[in-house]
Design a protein around this ligand. Structure first.
Ligand code: SF4
Length: 333
């Protein structure tokens, strides 16, 4: 059996942990003295995808495409406008305060900026231990013991629990963020570009740590990144976003070997090749990402697509399964 077939079979046998259906997040644009709503910024405009238990799902796209907004709506840090966020079969959008508090324990986030995301006035012990206090899981000596265990798990010296974030390097601070996210034994961690602010030499260490933790604790990740290279080694499947929509979803090896959407092809062509003898044609996209306040008609990618046809300007393509587990939203398919 080919490796890709093994991966497909594994995915077919997996249980869905998170299912996002028809998710939308619109921001009203208000004008004038009466603050009249004159339009909607469609940050997310009808997104569907699932994440299996203990799977890493990579979500890729240019800045402003809506991928971070998806992460925040899943965590209910911001409220979605429409759609469902089903976590272990429960729609997080309809849960009451107490139900949401219980479920949020199972979903945590690691932020892009390990400097800005940690309160500089709290010690590392307080930062890692705080969620356990808030959720009444461990306080006092039990809290300190668990904090030190978590520090060891993420590769930090447990003796440093009384130190402050500024006394640590960027990579170590991201490990603190990982330990904090781990403290409530989550089933899903939203990783919002967790290595993009780190030195290249440190990036692989953090990725390896995340992979080890997944093997050890069976955690699923929603791994958000702006480039394809960042998701290649860590993701089982990849979703590509453009202007608030997912345009292609496939197992990672499919995306890298036979991606089909013109936008995905452009992202792929931007991945640096280590071998200077090997040549690959770079697909340069024309123009900027259009304003989500006034997205193009039909296929949103059409003003920048080299394959554009008349139908693309008129009709929005649906996300269609073109081979098992491989979905594409393009009139060419
Ligand atoms: Fe390009 Fe048309 Fe496909 Fe959109 S639907 S990606 S414009 S070919």
């Amino acid at each position: 059996m080919e490796p890709s077939e093994i991966k497909k079979e594994e995915l077919n046998n997996k249980e869905v942990l998170l299912e996002v259906k028809g998710l939308k997040k619109y921001y009203p644009v208000k004008k004038g003295f009466l603050k009249k709503v004159v339009g909607q910024v469609k940050a997310i405009d009808g997104v569907d995808f699932s994440i299996y238990k203990a799977e890493t799902f990579g979500l890729v796209g240019e800045s402003g495409c809506g991928k971070t907004t998806i992460g925040k709506t899943i965590l209910r840090l911001i409220d979605a406008t429409a759609g469902e966020i089903n976590f272990e079969g429960q729609n997080l959008r309809t849960l009451d305060r107490e139900g949401l508090r219980r479920q949020r324990q199972h979903i945590q986030m690691i932020f892009q900026d390990p400097y800005g995301s940690l309160n500089p006035r709290m010690t590392v012990g307080e930062l890692i231990g705080e969620p356990m206090v808030k959720h009444s899981i461990a306080s006092g000596a039990a809290n300190i013991k668990r904090v030190q265990e978590l520090m060891e798990i993420v590769g930090l010296n447990p003796k440093g629990y009384k130190r402050y974030p500024h006394e640590f390097s960027g990579g170590q601070r991201q490990r603190i963020g990982v330990a904090r996210a781990l403290s409530l034994n989550p089933k899903l961690i939203v990783c919002d570009e967790p290595v993009s602010a780190l030195d290249v030499s440190i990036q692989s260490q953090i990725l390896n740590l995340l992979e080890d933790l997944q093997k050890q604790f069976g955690i699923a990740y929603l791994f958000i990144a702006h480039g394809m290279a960042a998701v290649k080694h860590i993701s089982a499947r990849v979703g590509v976003m453009y202007l608030g929509k997912i345009v292609e979803i496939a197992p990672t090896d499919h995306i890298f070997d036979e991606c089909r959407h013109p936008y995905t092809k452009a992202l792929m062509s931007a991945i640096p090749i280590p071998d200077i003898a090997e040549k690959r044609e770079r697909i340069l996209l024309q123009g900027e990402v259009p304003n989500p306040l006034n997205p193009p008609t039909g296929c949103r990618f059409h003003p920048r697509c080299s394959k554009v046809k008349d139908i693309c300007r008129e009709k929005e393509p649906s996300l269609i399964e073109v081979s098992p587990g491989h979905f594409v939203s393009c009139h060419l398919d």
